[in-house]
Design a protein around this ligand. Structure first.
Ligand code: HQG
Length: 181
């Protein structure tokens, strides 16, 4: 069952964040997909998704990756998109003094030169605590945590957003705002 949940979670990340067109799924600008349509499109792709399985993935996701609408008819990924179909209007929020970015040591040289850039995603992802950032960095290799002077950026007029799962988002982070790396 656990394997089934992980597989479904990866599939949902793929179609709700990155390539909805791979199964002919339409997302609205806020990232929502119709659940019935999602199940139907997945089935045509040879993948058995049920409403119960989707609800379990949503409920058990350690990072609260997905949100179901109150009526249960729509689902979206909370953050992490790369597809141009989606342009979520996130809530703007004043950040704490520091936020943290987890990365791999092999990226440090480039980050020291360019600052943090979003890559294929729409935003640079920042965490409120060091442990979470370290876990994010570990996905890429030997983890390194970079401290970002978030409040200083904010005071200079740079907008920060917080997704519904708590992840902080910002368009980019200039190297002047990186503390330790
Ligand atoms: C790096 C996960 C070279 C950046 C996590 C990162 C997160 C640079 C990689 C979410 C760079 C992009 C996002 C520069 C940034 N030069 N490398 N100038 N600037 N990078 O996966 O932040 O489990 O797109 O450090 O929890 O790792 O999928 O972003 O290593 O919230 O739900 O470029 O994904 O959530 O990698 O992770 P990613 P991320 P899920």
């Amino acid at each position: 069952m656990e394997k089934q949940i992980t597989e479904a979670s990866k599939f949902l990340s793929f179609v709700l964040r990155h390539q909805p067109e791979a199964i002919g799924l339409m997302l609205d600008a806020e990232g929502w997909a119709n659940v019935d349509e999602l199940i139907d499109r997945a089935a045509r792709d040879g993948r058995v998704l049920t409403y119960e399985l989707i609800a379990t993935v949503v409920k058990t996701s350690d990072k609260k990756r997905f949100t179901l609408s109150e009526d249960g008819q729509y689902i979206r990924a909370a953050q992490g998109h790369s597809t141009p179909q989606v342009a979520i209007r996130y809530a703007e929020k004043m950040p704490p003094e520091f936020l943290y970015h987890g990365t791999a040591s092999r990226f440090l040289e480039s980050i020291n030169t360019q600052g943090l850039v979003p890559g294929s995603r729409h935003y640079v992802h920042l965490s409120a605590d060091v442990e979470t950032a370290r876990a994010v960095g570990r996905r890429h290799g030997k983890p390194v945590v970079i401290t970002v002077k978030a409040m200083e950026m904010y005071q200079r007029g740079i907008t920060f957003y917080q997704a519904e799962n708590g992840v902080w988002l910002v368009a980019e982070v200039g190297r002047a705002f990186l503390v330790r790396c």
